[in-house]
Design a binder for this molecule. Structure first.
Ligand SMILES: [Zn+2]
Length: 72
């Protein structure tokens, strides 16, 4: 049931493709796209085995990074 940490390869890809990466300490997250015109309806995601999710609306990435922060 433990969520794996994101692999460095995937993190590198997200840094190329995601407009923003949020590092979170919980696996249940929501996204509303941020402020103003860039927003979208609030959606909820659960981070699974891959250790991250990408918002289907705004492509923002949420990376599961408990305590130790960024993976090496
Ligand atoms: Zn979003």
């Amino acid at each position: 049931m433990a969520v794996k940490s994101i692999s460095p390869d995937i993190l590198d890809r997200l840094k190329q493709t995601a407009p923003e990466i949020s590092f979170v300490e919980q696996t249940q997250i929501s996204c509303d796209g941020g402020n103003g015109a860039l927003g979208h309806p609030r959606v909820f995601y659960t981070i699974g085995d891959e250790g991250y999710v990408e918002c289907q609306y705004c492509d923002r990435a949420f990376v599961y990074a408990p305590r130790q922060g960024l993976p090496a």
